[in-house]
Design a protein around this ligand. Structure first.
Ligand SMILES: C=C1C[C@]23C[C@H]1CC[C@H]2[C@@]12CCC[C@@](C)(C(=O)O1)[C@H]2[C@@H]3C(=O)O
Ligand SMILES: O=C(O)CCC(=O)C(=O)O
Ligand SMILES: [Fe+2]
Length: 348
C-alpha cells in the first residue's frame, strides 16, 4: 500500500480513547447516551424499502442505475461470493472481537495510522461514544493478526486475503454496472481501470465492525451517521439488523439482512464521478438489546493518486461540473478534517 494513502491520517491524528469491556457494562454510561435530537429527522416508520437487485437478472443494469439515483444504496443477490467464504469471514470477526480487551489492544490502531483495532475514525466528530468496536485493514493483515493470534494467525490472514480478492472482483463488476447505467461503457472512459478493465490497481480498506448487545439500545448509537469516502462499499451484515439509511422524504429506513445478500452503497467519490447523478447515502448502525451484530465493509476506491472528477461524458454546456478533481488521498484528508462537510468543500 503506497504510504501516500496513509498520509491522510497522520495529518489528523486521532485521539486515543479508552476501550471498555462492553460485557462488564450493565447500564448505559452517560458517555454513551446519545441525544436523539441530534438526528437529521425524527425516526419514522418508512413504507419504502431499499431496492434488491438479482445480478443474474438481465435488467440488473437498469435496476442498479435507478437505485443509485434514487437511494444511493441497494442489496444484491447472486453476486458470486460463496456463503462458505462469508461464513469464514464472520467466524474470523467473531474470533477477533471475542478476544480479551488486552489482547485486542496489542493490535490497536496507532493515533496517526489507519490499520488496527479501535473506535471508528469518525468518533472524534461526536461528543458521545459509539457502542461498537472496529478493526480496519489496509494492506496485508499479517502484522496485526500475528499480534492478535500468535498461534493461528495464518488461517485468519488467508480468510481475509481471499475475501479481499473476491471483493475486488465484485467491486470491479459493480463499477461497470454502475458506470454502464450512466452510458460510460468503454474501457478508454476509465483509464485507471487498467488494461484488463479489472481495476487491478484500485485500493481498498476492510472495516470489521462489532456491535455488542446493549442494555439501553434506544439511547445508544452503534455507528454515527456518515457517508463513505469511497467509490462504492460492499457491506456484509450478519443476521442481526441495525443498518439504517437516510432517505429524503422518508427519514431513516432500515436495511434488513437478506440471507446471502450483500449491501452496496454509493460513496462520495462515485457521487463526484457521476457529477451528482448518484447519491452517496447517509447511513448509520443501531444496536440491539439481546443480539450482538457483526458487519464487514469493503471500502473500494481508485489508486490513491488518480484524480477523480465529474466524468467528461456527463459534463456539457447544460451540465457544468459540480466538483473539482480530487484524489482519494486528498479526499480522505478533507474528510478527516471536515467530516460531513467534505463533499461540499470540493464543490466548484
Ligand atoms: C479508506 C477509508 C475509508 C474510511 C477511512 C479509511 C479507512 C476506514 C474507513 C472508515 C470505515 C468506517 C466508517 C468511516 C467513515 C470511518 O470512520 O472509517 C470510513 C472512512 C470513510 O469512508 O471516510
Ligand atoms: O455496520 C453497518 O451496518 C455499517 C458499517 C459502515 O457503515 C461502515 O463500516 O462504513
Ligand atoms: Fe459506512
Amino acid at each position: 500500500m503506497p504510504s501516500r494513502f496513509l498520509d491522510a491520517f497522520s495529518a489528523h491524528p486521532q485521539q486515543q480513547l479508552k476501550h471498555p469491556d462492553f460485557t462488564s457494562l450493565h447500564e448505559l454510561p452517560d458517555s454513551y447516551a446519545w441525544n436523539q435530537r441530534d438526528d437529521p429527522s425524527p425516526e419514522t416508520f418508512a413504507t419504502e424499502s431499499v431496492p434488491l437487485v438479482d445480478l443474474n437478472d438481465p435488467n440488473a443494469l437498469q435496476g442498479i442505475g435507478h437505485a443509485c439515483k434514487t437511494w444511493g444504496i441497494f442489496q444484491v443477490t447472486n453476486h458470486g461470493i460463496s456463503t462458505s467464504l462469508l461464513d469464514m469471514v464472520e467466524h474470523t470477526c467473531r474470533s477477533l472481537f471475542s478476544l480479551p480487551v488486552h489482547q485486542k489492544l496489542k493490535a490497536a490502531r496507532s493515533p496517526d495510522g489507519v490499520s488496527g483495532y479501535g473506535f471508528a475514525r469518525i468518533s472524534s466528530f461526536f461528543s458521545k461514544l459509539m457502542w461498537s468496536e472496529g478493526f480496519t485493514i489496509v494492506g496485508p493483515p499479517d502484522e496485526h493478526f500475528r499480534q492478535l493470534w500468535p498461534q493461528d494467525f495464518s488461517y485468519h490472514c488467508d480468510v481475509i486475503k481471499e475475501y479481499k480478492e473476491e471483493m475486488k472482483k465484485l467491486a470491479g463488476r459493480l463499477m461497470w454496472l454502475m458506470l454502464g447505467s450512466l452510458g460510460i461503457i468503454a474501457k478508454e472512459d476509465i483509464k485507471w481501470a487498467g488494461p484488463k478493465t479489472d481495476f487491478k490497481e484500485a485500493l481498498a480498506a476492510l472495516q470489521l465492525n462489532y456491535y455488542p448487545a446493549c442494555p439501553d439500545p434506544d439511547r445508544a448509537m452503534g455507528l454515527a451517521p456518515h457517508t463513505d469516502s469511497t467509490l462504492l462499499t460492499i457491506l456484509y451484515q450478519n443476521s442481526t439488523s441495525g443498518l439504517q439509511v437516510f432517505k429524503e422524504g422518508a427519514g431513516w429506513v432500515a436495511v434488513p439482512p437478506v440471507p446471502g445478500g450483500l449491501v452496496i452503497n454509493v460513496g462520495d467519490l462515485m457521487h463526484i464521478l457521476s457529477n451528482g447523478s448518484y447519491q452517496s447515502v447517509l447511513h448509520r448502525a443501531m444496536v440491539n438489546r439481546s443480539h450482538h451484530r457483526l458487519s464487514s465493509a469493503y471500502l473500494f476506491g481508485p489508486p490513491s493518486t488518480v484524480e477523480i472528477s465529474p466524468h467528461p461524458k456527463l459534463v456539457g454546456p447544460t451540465h457544468p461540473p459540480l466538483y473539482r478533481p480530487v484524489t482519494w488521498n486528498e479526499y480522505l484528508h478533507t474528510k478527516a478534517k471536515h467530516f460531513n462537510k467534505a463533499l461540499s468543500s470540493v464543490r466548484v
